[in-house]
Design a protein around this ligand. Sequence first.
Ligand code: MN
Length: 204
Amino acid sequence: MTNGQVINKNENVMKFELVKLPYAVNALEPVISQQTIEFHHGKHLQAYVNNLNNLVQGTKFENADLETIVRESDGAIFNNAGQILNHNLYFTQFSPQGGGKPSGKLADAIQTSYGSFENFQKEFEAAGVGLFGSGWVWLASDKDGKLLITKEANAGNPVTKGLKPLIGFDVWEHAYYLDYQNRRADHLKDLWKIIDWKAVEARY
Ligand code: MN
């Protein structure tokens, strides 16, 4: 089993790498502090990457892409692969210039499914607040472009249900506890201020 460090005697290049942040570590303050980014991205996500690189060696997932591993694995491989996929989507959906409202066909689909953008935000936040323990709340789309809000425990991702993930809010305490302590609802409400709608629309 893994001890959380990259140890690979046979390969020089590790298959999975830590996703690069598209902003400075302090750029999302005060919604997400530099300290939270440094722990969340630099320690938690790095550990998932190191773990998966060790775990897939010698398995049928050794040369598989991340999404395939998440769809087809279980146990420790699923947990670490799922958390890498989740956090890659999470960290690349924010911008210090974020906030506002979506536009184009995503805005239209939100209007159709939820009546208004404000009502969508309310339902999404309620799903995150209502999730017991650690997990994720997602906005996802099906093959027809229909939108769904899904709650996933632990490392879950909508790709396991054949859906495309568009927005993921991390409700593990490591995502917000340094900045918001137990105030998960306040944190989820504030995340809208840094959502990069252009990045989200590109996924739809
Ligand atoms: Mn996290």
